[in-house]
Ligand binder design. Structure first.
Ligand code: GLU
Length: 306
């Protein structure tokens, strides 16, 4: 495994077509696109890394896997009355579909869906309390108490979040947002701004690789059925309107973020985090996807067969 990752890292370092960093969030535009990191945590707990795997980055939409897990824990299937489970086929921040579908977002991973998920988690609490709970949960599943929010990125999102504000208000006009829209949005921006490195992120994904079990205790994070369902949502909806392309090329449940990270799950085998800030045209890490494609070819980990 170490040799596979070292080879991938070398290939990626030589790759000059690295995509473009997200610049609609000014704080993300300053990140150097010449970076690449990868970590694989195997089901037995062995950890392998290469490149800048210890470098913190903004996990952005990958946080939506964790907030979805929390929302299902709190309200279970009631979540699905306000959020769908279908791929969107539209951009992650599109408003068009919302109008056609009466303010019900297609899935929990597009921005509108993730905003509705935050509303479900808040349960009458203040943004600060909700955020503390989200960070606490991420620390627990990653087994790392140092994980925290990058306030600069959060502020940058608050200042430029007109599109997300319009999605949230639009949903509120259909009665689908129960808390004050500004409180929901503030919580959403801050959870997107959690900073993690590949090592922490791969650890955090372990419960999805282990049928819902916490990686180094006998505790269960979610039921096996719920882990399987979250994985299936990641496969179908985890890469915006590039989800089909990711399933075709990589063949693993995965969730990307515009910070350039991808969390991919090989059920029963491994949790993988990869990061490279340059994005393709739909907002997924360009080198991250290429690296996962090679990893899956080398390991035979695709869920669709070897
Ligand atoms: N915080 C970002 C936004 O709301 C998340 C985008 C993403 O990673 O997909 O635009």
């Amino acid at each position: 495994m170490q040799k596979i990752l070292d080879d991938i890292n070398e290939l990626m370092a030589a790759n000059t077509d690295r995509g473009k960093v997200a610049d609609y969030i000014p704080q993300l535009a300053c990140v150097d696109s010449n970076q690449f990191g990868i970590t694989v945590v195997l089901a037995d707990g062995q950890v392998f890394s290469a490149g800048s795997s210890a470098q913190l980055f903004s996990i952005q939409s990958i946080s939506k896997v964790f907030t979805l897990t929390m929302a299902l824990g709190k309200i279970g299937d009631a979540l699905w009355s306000n959020v769908g489970r279908e791929p969107s086929g539209d951009a992650f921040n599109s408003i068009v579909q919302l109008e056609h579908e009466h303010g019900k977002p297609r899935n929990p991973f597009i921005n509108a869906g993730a905003i509705a998920v935050v509303d479900a988690i808040m349960m009458g609490h203040q943004p600060k309390e909700t955020l503390a709970e989200i960070v606490q949960f991420v620390r627990y599943i990653a087994n790392d108490s140092s994980i925290s929010i990058d306030d600069k990125v959060a502020r940058s999102e608050v200042e430029t979040g007109h599109r997300n504000a319009s999605l949230a208000h639009f949903m509120a006009s259909f009665g689908r947002i129960k808390h004050l829209v500004d409180c929901v949005l503030g919580t959403y921006y801050h959870h997107c701004s959690i900073a993690m490195n590949c090592e922490q992120l791969a650890q955090a994904g372990m419960f999805l690789a282990l049928d819902g079990m916490h990686q180094n205790s006998t505790n269960r994070v979610v039921s096996a059925q719920r882990a399987r369902r979250i994985n299936s949502l990641m496969l179908m909806c985890g890469h915006y309107d590039g989800s089909g392309e990711f399933a075709y090329r990589v063949g693993l449940p995965g969730k990307s973020g515009v910070g350039g990270g991808i969390l991919a799950i090989a059920p029963g085998k491994a949790s993988i985090a990869v990061w490279s800030p340059g994005l393709d045209s739909v907002g997924n890490s360009k080198l991250g996807t290429e690296a996962l494609e090679i990893l899956v070819q080398q390991t035979g980990w695709s869920i669709f067969g070897h």
